[in-house]
Design a protein around this ligand. Structure first.
Ligand code: FE
Length: 225
């Protein structure tokens, strides 16, 4: 319990700084949730920004932790926590639905990935702590976008959040020196010049640490239901 409080305080401290720089985000609703509510002290958690679903979503994917279908890449473990933005309490039983490009920048179901509709796609239910865990690989880049992972959160059959998760550019630079990423041309788009990242992406940066040859990425997503 004490740990949870400390974590919350820590993330709010970081959040307050970020919010000062985000004049354009108008997500506060009539009940005082969102940044305005936080600034006023009315609520203690923050909605994670909604970001475009993009053109590559496929509904009804498999419930599975390992979403790679055996495709290569630097191993990435994801720990995605879902909390109610108005109470900060974890939401158990939410379906966290993720999809991303493989290490060479291809989506299953589209273009060069059209033969499969499943690689780098999957759903996990959150546990009692609101945590959904995945095993995947670090995403590759594709034309016009910075490296990202798409996410949707469903609660009781309703989509309560659609967003994108990001990595620091310095980490991506480091990972992309490894195979198979290093066989490709230099990426064209970084966080700083990505048109979707520009809309609140800093608040959807994964916190990443190294674990052996793998990485572990974590984030808490505040949703409104
Ligand atoms: Fe995408």
């Amino acid at each position: 319990m004490e740990d949870a409080k400390l974590t919350r305080r820590g993330s709010l401290a970081g959040m307050a700084g970020l919010l000062l720089g985000l004049a354009g985000w108008e997500a506060a609703d009539s009940e005082g949730a969102g940044p305005a509510g936080v600034a006023s002290g009315a609520v203690s958690c923050v909605l994670t920004p909604e970001q475009t679903e993009g053109p590559y979503y496929i509904a009804g994917e498999k419930y599975r932790r390992n979403i790679t279908d055996g495709r290569p890449g630097v191993p990435l473990f994801l720990r995605l926590r879902v909390v109610d933005a108005s109470t900060c309490k974890p939401i158990a039983g939410a379906a966290v639905d993720i999809w991303h490009a493989d290490a060479i920048g291809v989506y299953s179901g589209f273009g060069a990935g059209a033969k499969s509709r499943t690689f780098m796609r999957g759903i996990q239910k959150t546990d009692a702590n609101g945590l959904a865990r995945f095993r995947t690989v670090y995403p590759g880049w594709y034309q016009g976008r910075t490296v990202h992972i798409h996410v949707k959160v469903h609660v009781a059959g309703n989509v309560v959040h659609t967003g994108q998760l990001y990595f620091s550019d310095s980490l991506t630079d480091k990972v992309f020196r490894r195979k198979p990423y290093s066989r490709r041309a230099r990426r064209t788009t970084r966080n700083a010049n990505d048109f979707v990242f520009a809309q609140g992406g800093r608040r959807s940066l994964l916190s990443v640490h190294k674990s052996g040859t793998a990485y572990v990425g974590a984030i808490t997503m505040g949703v409104s239901r």
